[in-house]
Design a protein around this ligand. Structure first.
Ligand SMILES: Nc1ncnc2c1ncn2[C@@H]1O[C@H](COP(=O)(O)OP(=O)(O)OP(=O)(O)O)[C@@H](O)[C@H]1O
Ligand SMILES: [Mg+2]
Length: 301
């Protein structure tokens, strides 16, 4: 197998108290289209920032294959220091890149390039940021929530564009459809550790549940073993024989393993229930108008 384009090896990172990443591994190969999944706060964005070399881990290695280019789309892009959207996109290009493609992508995404970055909506900022990372056609594209703030036509455009690129992809997204359509492999970040399945995202839940059930079975086995050994301690240890000392040592180790195991958190069932209209008037607005220069947002609303 050819060497990976990008590898993270044995990554450790702690912010303050609880360790976030504990020996996390990630390899990105040519043609990979990986979706990176995990609970809110599990460290997905942090790991992508380490892959983009924006954060240094406490321990571990980041290796990029010689000459390979990596581009990163942040969850919250910041364009504020650039005079225009085009300047922002062009600042992401290197000498060999095609400047025409920067303008072309902005137009495809519904922007002119003249927009003032300080006055963009969330969706416009996201589209400019997408143009910036797509323009150089990097070997590896790291995308954190690329569909945030995008409307359906823009999401569909993005899907088609990403499928036509030769770049390897690592995607974080809450958009199920987007992940199912694009991914070829799924990596799951769970309690600091990464697991990879070479199947698209639609196979994720079944795979995850199997792993969690296996873990639960092993925990029961360990609990039973500890209980048996505790019985033995209570009723049977005779003398400080070497064998007995070893057996006691094993018991202490098992107890420690059990304490240190970070249990999987329960799956939160999210149900959004629609509130009934109460009939109570909460707010009333009349005759509201707002414009930015000539651009009218509300007119006597
Ligand atoms: N610079 C930082 N300093 C301290 N804690 C941080 C920092 N960045 C992130 N964290 C914490 O690390 C944890 C992981 O954050 P991260 O943004 O990587 O999660 P995530 O998996 O991307 O979550 P989400 O799905 O909500 O985007 C969170 O508990 C977060 O509060
Ligand atoms: Mg995140």
């Amino acid at each position: 197998m050819a060497a990976p384009l990008l590898t993270l090896q044995n990554i450790h990172l702690t912010f303050g108290g609880q360790p976030l990443l504990t020996g996390t591994e990630l390899s990105v190969f040519d043609n990979d289209r990986i979706c990176l999944v995990g609970r809110n706060g599990s460290g997905k964005s942090t790991l992508l920032k380490i892959a983009a070399e924006l954060i240094q881990p406490d321990k571990g290695e980041r290796v990029v294959k010689g000459g390979a280019t990596v581009r990163y789309l942040p969850q919250e892009p910041d364009l504020s220091t650039f005079p225009s959207t085009l300047a922002y996109v062009e600042a992401g290009l290197t000498s060999g890149d095609d400047h025409y493609r920067a303008q072309y992508l902005l137009n495809e995404l519904g922007l002119t390039g003249d927009e003032d970055p300080k006055r963009l909506s969330g969706g416009e900022a996201r589209r400019a940021a997408l143009a910036r990372v797509l323009a150089p056609e990097p070997d590896v594209l790291l995308l954190d929530e690329p569909t945030n703030h995008l409307d359906l036509p823009a999401i569909e455009w993005l899907e088609t564009e990403l499928k036509s690129l030769r770049s390897a992809l690592v995607l974080i997204s809450h958009d199920r459809r987007f992940l199912v359509d694009l991914s070829r492999a799924t990596v799951w970040l769970d309690r600091g550790v990464m697991r990879r399945m070479d199947k698209p995202f639609d196979a994720f839940e079944e795979w995850r549940d199997e792993i969690l059930e296996q873990e639960e079975r092993e925990r029961h086995k360990l609990d039973r073993k500890i209980a048996m050994e505790e019985d033995w301690v209570r009723y049977g240890v005779s003398g400080r024989r070497k064998r007995n000392m070893r057996r006691l040592g094993d018991l202490f180790q098992m107890r420690q393993d059990r304490r240190e195991a970070r249990r999987a958190q329960g799956n939160v069932q999210m149900t959004v229930s629609e509130a009934e209209a109460s009939g109570k008037l909460v707010a009333e607005a009349t005759g509201i108008s707002k414009a930015f220069g000539d651009r009218v947002i509300l007119d006597n609303f």
